[in-house]
Design a protein around this ligand. Structure first.
Ligand code: ADP
Ligand code: ADP
Ligand code: ZN
Length: 222
């Protein structure tokens, strides 16, 4: 089972991807996390993308396609994946198709997560994540079960993203509207697109996604 979670910044892609990893044994491939890891280790690539990320714009398609291709190439045979934050442009969507065709893999479902812009701004303003494993939390909607301890990995350190400032969030939302939302019809035409109500509480969004994945034509183990 190979999936894309598609939605604006703050829609809950990372939150749901972590759940799907656990429930179905899939691997989350988050281009945002990969880029932040490059920055954290101070690689030339990390330095190159820093300013673009902090301004809420997209890193060039070439860089992103190389980054994700290397990860898909290294996946153990038979392991399914969840793309989170990729593709974000039409050229990226087409590059992904070519990449998958070359490896004899197919895309089973593209799950669109719909959330109002007002709610997105609130979610991003309250977002923080585990410094070690990246698990996503929220000051009000999703606190760790034990205060100060990551539910997923037990780490004690949390971080907030530099691009989660309100001004940058507005830029990221318009980037989504202009460059990413236009790829939805591409997947609708292929018959793989399904939409969930991302405004629902986290557990209910997870349940909607499970229903989609367990419906005929999308069996997680088939
Ligand atoms: P969010 O969780 O808010 O959707 P991400 O963590 O996916 O954001 O991405 C953070 C930033 O990393 C983006 O604003 C962009 O600058 C860069 N980025 C991540 N994925 C891509 C991509 N597929 N194409 C271009 N830029 C990307
Ligand atoms: P994305 O990866 O799409 O940018 P995240 O998964 O990081 O989004 O979620 C953004 C913020 O919203 C996080 O603080 C997260 O805990 C919170 N969140 C995620 N899903 C929901 C939901 N269904 N209802 C309320 N808050 C949510
Ligand atoms: Zn953690």
């Amino acid at each position: 089972m190979n999936l894309i979670l598609l939605g604006p910044p703050g829609a809950g892609k990372g939150t749901q991807a972590k759940r799907l990893e656990e429930r179905y044994g899939l691997v989350q491939l988050s281009t945002g996390d990969m880029l932040r890891a490059e920055r954290a280790s101070g690689t030339p690539l990390g330095k190159k993308v820093q300013a673009i990320m902090d301004s809420g714009q997209l890193v060039s398609d070439d860089i992103i396609v190389d980054l994700i291709a290397a990860r898909i190439d290294r996946l153990p045979k038979g392991k399914g994946f969840i793309l989170d934050g990729f593709p974000r442009t039409q050229p990226q969507a087409e590059a992904l198709d070519a990449m998958l065709a070359r490896k004899g893999l197919k895309l089973d479902r593209v799950i669109e997560m719909k959330v109002d812009e007002m709610a997105l701004i609130d979610r991003i303003a309250g977002r923080f994540s585990c410094a070690k494993c990246g698990a996503s939390y929220h000051d009000r909607h999703r606190r760790p079960h034990q205060e100060g301890v990551c539910d997923a990995c037990g780490a004690h350190e949390f971080v907030r993203r530099a691009d989660d400032r309100p001004e940058t969030v507005k830029a990221r939302l318009s980037t989504y509207r202009e460059l990413t939302a236009p790829i939805l019809p591409y997947y609708r035409a292929k018959g793989v697109l399904r939409t969930v109500d991302g405004m629902a509480p986290i557990d209910q969004v997870a349940a909607q996604i499970e229903t989609i994945l367990e419906s005929p034509g999308a069996a997680p183990n088939g």
